[in-house]
Design a binder for this molecule. Structure first.
Ligand code: ADP
Ligand code: ZN
Length: 221
């Protein structure tokens, strides 16, 4: 099954995608995670992407699409994947459709995690990320059991450099102009589900799992 998660930064795409990936036994593919990893390893791609990310603007489509397709062509993504943070522009959505078509594959559905602006700002401001496994925590909403230590792997937690106030507002601006139109794109293809994602992550997760199961069952009849 091939699923896309859409929604503003702070909608909980990463949090949902990680748990969903375990439940559905599919790889979680996050372009943000891949870019951050490349940047911390100092690869050519990472160095090129770093400046864009720190400013809160998008990395050029061509670069991200190439990187994404390399990941999608890995053997573990053969039976499907959960995409988080891609596509982020109409050009990326079209490129993805085209590349999947060449491989005789398609997207099953996209889930739009609708989130209000005040929730997004509150979530991003307090977000903490594990430096080892990428798990997300929150200073107030989802504090780790031990201060600045990851519950799942014991890695150290840090605040993302783009989770600073000025960069957050830039990212939201970019989201509205570049990524929000994707909702209409998938709606027009009749594969869009909307979910309110202001609430508890576990409730949102159950709704997505239900959708995936219903979708799977409908394919069998
Ligand atoms: P968030 O959804 O919270 O903004 P991500 O980890 O998905 O966080 O993305 C962080 C940054 O990585 C973005 O602001 C952007 O610079 C870059 N990025 C991630 N995915 C893409 C993409 N598909 N296209 C262009 N840039 C991307
Ligand atoms: Zn961890």
């Amino acid at each position: 099954m091939r699923i896309i998660l859409l929604g503003p930064p702070g909608a909980g795409k990463g949090t949902q995608a990680k748990t969903l990936a375990l439940e559905l036994r599919l790889p979680h593919i996050s372009t943000g995670d891949i870019l951050r990893k490349s940047a911390s390893l100092g690869t050519a791609l990472g160095l090129e992407a770093k400046d864009f990310m720190n400013k809160g603007v998008l990395v050029p489509d061509e670069l991200v699409t190439r990187m994404l397709m390399e990941r999608i062509d890995q053997p573990d993504a053969k039976s499907g994947f959960i995409l988080d943070g891609y596509p982020r522009t109409l050009a990326q959505a079209q490129a993805l459709d085209e590349k999947l078509k060449e491989r005789k594959l398609n997207i099953d559905f996209a889930v739009y995690l609708e989130t209000s602006e005040s929730v997004v700002i509150q979530r991003l401001g307090g977000r903490l990320v594990c430096s080892k496994c990428g798990a997300n925590f929150h200073l107030n909403n989802m504090p780790p059991k031990k201060e600045m230590i990851c519950d799942s792997c014991g890695g150290g937690l840090y605040q993302r450099s783009d989770d600073k106030e000025e960069t957050i507002s830039k990212r939201l601006q970019v989201y509205h102009s570049e990524s929000a139109p994707l909702v209409k794109y998938y709606q027009a293809q009749n594969i869009l589900y909307r979910l309110n994602a202001d609430g508890e992550p576990s409730i949102v997760l159950h709704q997505i799992i239900r959708m995936a199961k219903d979708h799977h069952d409908s394919l069998k009849v």
